[in-house]
Design a protein around this ligand. Structure first.
Ligand SMILES: CC(C)(COP(=O)(O)OP(=O)(O)OC[C@H]1O[C@@H](n2cnc3c(N)ncnc32)[C@H](O)[C@@H]1OP(=O)(O)O)[C@@H](O)C(=O)NCCC(=O)NCCS
Length: 172
C-alpha cells in the first residue's frame, strides 16, 4: 500500500512574514468557534510572542503565542495546528517552547483558556477555577461576544513547582 510521506517539522520563533499564514491557521478554527479570531494587525503587533511549526517546504503547520500579562503571569494564546498535521506532537512542542520561554523570563505561572483541557493536561497543565485568575486576564474577554456564558476552561502550569520540561520531541 502506498504511504504518504510525512515531513518533519521544526518549531521556531515567528517572523513578520509568517503573519498571514498564522492568521489563516487561526481563522480556520475561529470560523468553527473553536478559538478567537485575530486580525492581521494584532498578529503583526504581537509577532514577537509567536512560535510557528514549519515543515521542510516552509509551510506553516502550527502556531501559538506566549503573552506576558502581569508580573508573574503569562498566557498561551492562539494555539492551532493544521488538521493534517495534528497528532504529531507539534501542539505539545509549541506549548513546551512557550513554557520554557516563560521560565527564562522569570515568570511563575502560565495559563490558557481553552476548549481542549485534555490536551493541556498531557503537557502538565492542571484545570483551575477561572475565578482564581487575576482580573487583568479578562481585559480581552470583555470584548468577546461569548463572554457571558463562556465555556472555556482555565488551565495553569506552575513553573515554580517544576523542573525544566524533559521534552524535545521528535516530530514525524
Ligand atoms: C489542540 C491542538 C493544538 C493539539 O495539537 P496537536 O499537535 O494535534 O497535539 P499533539 O500531537 O502535540 O498532542 C500532544 C498530546 O495531547 C494529546 N491530545 C491532543 N489533542 C487532544 C485532545 N483534543 N484531547 C485529548 N488529548 C489530546 C495527544 O494525544 C498527545 O498525547 P501523548 O503525549 O500521550 O502522545 C490541535 O488539536 C488544534 O489546533 N485544535 C484546534 C484549535 C484549538 O482548539 N486550539 C487550542 C486553543 S487553546
Amino acid at each position: 500500500m502506498l504511504q504518504t510521506a510525512v515531513q518533519p517539522a521544526v518549531v521556531r520563533r515567528a517572523r513578520v512574514a509568517d503573519a498571514p499564514a498564522i492568521q489563516h491557521l487561526i481563522t480556520t478554527f475561529a470560523e468553527r468557534d473553536e478559538m478567537l479570531h485575530r486580525s492581521l494587525g494584532e498578529i503583526y503587533e504581537n509577532i514577537r510572542d509567536f512560535y510557528v511549526a514549519e515543515d521542510e517546504d516552509g509551510r506553516i503547520l502550527g502556531c501559538g503565542a506566549l503573552h506576558v500579562c502581569w508580573a508573574h503571569l503569562a498566557e498561551i494564546k492562539s494555539l492551532a495546528v493544521s488538521e493534517a498535521a495534528q497528532g504529531r506532537g507539534i501542539g505539545k512542542q509549541i506549548v513546551v517552547n512557550c513554557v520554557e520561554e516563560a521560565r527564562e523570563l522569570g515568570l511563575r505561572t502560565v495559563f490558557a483558556l481553552t476548549y481542549r483541557p485534555e490536551f493541556f493536561a498531557r503537557v502538565g497543565f492542571r484545570v483551575v477555577d477561572k475565578a482564581t485568575l487575576p482580573h487583568k486576564v479578562w481585559n480581552e474577554c470583555l470584548r468577546c461576544p461569548k463572554f457571558v456564558g463562556c465555556t472555556e476552561i482555565a488551565v495553569v502550569y506552575d513553573l515554580a513547582l517544576t523542573a525544566t520540561l524533559p521534552y524535545s520531541l521528535p516530530m514525524l
